[in-house]
Design a protein. Structure first.
Length: 194
């Protein structure tokens, strides 16, 4: 049994989007298989954005984000679900990661020899990205640049092993049976906790 944390990075909290349905399917599959799962809805959290290196290196994490950081610390597996916006993750998700993945938690402090090694070793992560363009165009023409950056510069740098990525294109243009197929995929991934 794994302890799983789903980080829902859609910035619009006014109504449910396809990414929310994907997260729910993953959660349902994981629960069905006996895993412990919780969802962190980043858009529901109220927190300030970091504005200086000094804050990042030495500031305290906002109290509203401490439960999220504790959940990530206790998790065996993380699932990040977000839409591609202007070729990257939404700004609120990046701001969340900057606050939570601080020196001393995800990476060593600047004057620490461990800075080169991540502090979240032993955890795995899956990344699920929805986008309007075809996923193969994002991957092959654009080189999936922002996904590569997220994997290399945040997750791997923190010691997290990538278990997989799921890129879902043509959002808003797909037929219902295609959406259903993606929902089933996320249900199965949740059951396997990968």
């Amino acid at each position: 049994m794994k302890n799983i944390v789903i980080i829902q990075g859609h910035p619009d909290n006014t109504h449910a989007h396809f990414g929310h349905a994907l997260a729910q399917q993953y959660l349902d599959g994981a629960h069905e298989a006996g895993h412990q799962v919780q969802i962190i809805q980043v858009a529901r959290l109220d927190f300030p954005w970091l504005k200086s290196d000094e804050e990042f290196e030495h500031g305290d994490i906002p109290p509203t984000l401490k439960p999220a950081q504790q959940a990530i610390e206790q998790a065996d597996h993380l699932v990040f679900i977000y839409p591609l916006w202007l070729g990257d993750m939404p700004a609120i998700l990046k701001a969340f990661l900057e606050q939570v993945f601080r020196p001393g938690f995800a990476i060593g402090k600047a004057d620490d020899e461990q800075r080169k090694g991540g502090l979240l070793k032993g955890k795995t992560a899956r990344i699920v990205v929805t986008m309007g363009m075809p996923a193969f165009i994002y991957r092959w023409f654009y080189g999936a640049h922002s996904l590569k950056s997220f994997k290399r510069n945040i997750l791997k740098f923190s010691g997290i092993k990538i278990s997989g990525e799921t890129l879902i294109g043509f959002m808003g243009k797909t037929k219902p049976h295609m959406n259903q197929a993606w929902l089933e995929t996320l249900l199965q991934l949740g059951k396997k906790a990968i």
